[in-house]
Ligand binder design. Structure first.
Ligand SMILES: [Cu+2]
Length: 437
C-alpha cells in the first residue's frame, strides 16, 4: 500500500501497481463517463504540454487533471451497453461507460498516474500494450501485480518514454475480458508537436464479437467464428466517415485486438506505414501501399496526402468482415433451382423465402424481418443505391476547402459531370473478330 506521503512524492516512481487505501481514495479524480457512441471532436489540451489531438472514430478522449506535475486519469472497468449500430446493442464489459474505453492521450515525457477501479464481477488488471514501463506497472495479473479484485482501486504510475500509438487491455481472464470488449487506445504524442505532425489524425481499434441474432452478450469462448466485425465497436453504416479537406496530410491509426488479421485497404490513394506499436518507422524503411495487414496484437499507423476529392472506401479486405451477423451460416444456393423447392416448403412454412440462388446482392435491398437485436448482413444506402456492406467499412470523405476543425459529414460526393461510370444505352459497335494473322 502507498502512504499518503509517498503518494505526493513527485520525483520517485512507484515500482509496482498498488492498491489504493480507503483514505487515499478520497483524492482520486472523478471518473468521466459516456453513454453514447458519437465521435468526440478533437480538442486542444487546456493544460499540460501542447499536442495535436487524435479523432477517435465513434469514441472520445479521457479527461485528466494535473496534480503536482502528474497527469492523473481514472479508468473504471465495468459492464456497459454499446450500440454497434441502430438496431443492435451489445451487453459488453468496458471502461467508463463505453466499450472500447476512452482514448488516453498524453505527451512524451509526461508522468502519468492512472487509477483503475474494478466494478466487474471478477478480478482484472490493465496491461499497457507496447509501452515501455517499469516491470511492476506492466499489468499482468499474477505475474507483475496482484489481481484487482471487484471493488478495489489500483494505481499505476509511469513516465512516458516514447511517443506512438499504444493500447490498453486486461491481462486477467483475457479470453473472457477481451471477448467482452475490454480495450482502449493510448496515444503518446511527441514532445515536439511539429514532429510527425499531420492535419487530421484518426484512430480506432479493430474488435470482433460472436453474438447470436436475438441475443445481447457475446459468446466468450469463440475462437475464430465471430459474426460482428467492428471499427471501435461500430459496424457500417454506423461507423462515422473520416472527413478531410483536400490536400490534408492524413494519418489513420488502427490496432487489432480481434483473433484474426485484417488487411486494411484504402481506395484512391497510396499510403505509407509510418508507425507500429514499436514506434515510428524511419523514412528510409517505408514503401508505398494500398493495403496493410495488421496482425493480432498489432497496431499500424498509415499516412497519405488526401489529394483527390471524393468518397473513398476504407475497409478490411476480408469480404466476410464487411458483413454483419446474418451473413454467417447461410447455405450457398448459387445455381440451385429453388422454384419447386419453394412451393413444397411453403406448404409447411408459409413465409419461406429462398435466398441466394442468383447471388446475395439483392439481400441488402430486402427488408427482411430480423430477429430482435441483430443487423442485416449487408446494408447502407449510397447515392446510387444499396451499398451492400457491413462490418469493417467506412468512407474517407475528401472535400475542397474544409475548415481545420470541421469534421461534419458533408453528405455524398457530387461528382463533376462526365466522371461517373455509366450505362451504355445504345450505339454499341458490333463485335469484330481480330483478323487472323
Ligand atoms: Cu478483417
Amino acid at each position: 500500500m502507498v502512504s499518503r506521503r509517498h503518494f505526493l512524492q513527485q520525483t520517485s516512481l512507484m515500482l509496482g501497481a498498488t492498491l489504493v487505501s480507503r483514505s487515499e481514495a478520497a483524492s482520486i479524480p472523478e471518473a468521466a463517463l459516456r453513454d453514447h457512441a458519437q465521435t468526440e471532436l478533437p480538442s486542444l489540451p487546456a493544460i499540460g504540454r501542447p499536442y495535436n489531438p487524435v479523432v477517435t472514430l465513434n469514441g472520445w478522449t479521457l479527461p485528466w487533471r494535473m496534480n503536482n506535475g502528474w497527469k492523473e486519469f481514472h479508468l473504471v472497468a465495468e459492464p456497459v451497453e454499446r450500440e454497434f449500430a441502430p438496431g443492435m446493442t451489445g451487453h459488453l464489459w468496458g471502461y467508463n461507460g463505453q466499450s472500447p474505453g476512452p482514448t488516453i492521450e498524453a505527451v512524451e515525457g509526461d508522468k502519468v498516474r492512472i487509477f483503475v477501479t474494478n466494478k466487474l464481477p471478477e478480478h482484472t488488471a490493465v496491461h499497457w500494450h507496447g509501452m515501455l514501463v517499469p516491470n511492476g506497472m506492466d499489468g499482468v495479473g499474477g505475474l507483475t501485480q496482484p489481481q484487482i479484485k471487484p471493488g478495489q482501486t489500483f494505481v499505476y504510475e509511469f513516465e512516458l518514454k516514447k511517443s506512438g500509438t499504444f493500447m490498453y487491455h486486461p491481462h486477467a481472464d483475457e479470453m473472457v475480458q477481451m471477448a467482452m470488449g475490454m480495450m482502449g487506445l493510448f496515444i503518446v504524442h511527441p514532445k515536439n508537436p511539429r514532429f510527425m505532425a499531420v492535419d487530421r489524425d484518426f484512430a480506432f481499434l479493430l474488435a470482433a464479437y460472436d453474438i447470436d441474432p436475438g441475443t445481447y452478450t457475446p459468446r466468450v469462448s469463440t475462437m475464430t467464428e465471430f459474426n460482428i466485425w467492428t471499427f471501435n465497436n461500430r459496424v457500417f453504416p454506423a461507423i462515422d466517415p473520416m472527413v478531410v479537406s483536400r490536400g490534408d496530410k492524413v494519418r489513420i491509426r488502427f490496432g487489432n485486438l480481434t483473433m484474426t488479421n485484417h488487411p486494411m485497404h484504402l481506395h484512391g490513394h497510396h499510403f505509407e506505414v509510418t508507425g507500429t506499436d514499436g514506434g515510428w518507422v524511419p523514412k528510409t524503411a517505408r514503401w508505398p501501399e494500398v493495403t496493410v495487414d495488421v496482425a493480432v496484437g498489432q497496431m499500424r499507423a498509415i499516412e497519405f496526402y488526401a489529394d483527390v476529392a471524393g468518397d473513398w472506401a476504407f475497409h478490411c479486405h476480408k469480404s466476410h468482415h464487411t458483413m454483419n451477423a446474418m451473413a454467417h451460416g447461410v447455405p450457398t444456393m448459387l445455381g440451385a433451382d429453388t422454384q419447386d423447392l419453394t412451393s413444397q416448403i411453403r406448404q409447411a412454412s408459409s413465409g419461406y423465402m429462398p435466398m441466394g440462388a442468383t447471388g446475395m446482392a439483392d439481400m441488402s435491398a430486402m427488408n427482411m424481418a430480423l430477429p430482435a437485436n441483430t443487423l442485416p448482413m449487408m446494408t447502407g444506402a449510397g447515392p446510387f443505391g444499396a451499398l451492400e456492406m457491413g462490418g469493417m467499412f467506412t468512407v474517407l470523405k475528401v472535400r475542397e476547402g474544409l475548415a481545420r476543425n470541421d469534421y461534419r459529414d458533408p453528405a455524398w460526393y457530387q461528382h463533376p459531370a462526365g466522371t461517373v461510370a455509366h450505362l451504355v444505352e445504345d450505339g454499341l459497335p458490333a463485335p469484330t473478330q481480330s483478323p487472323k494473322l
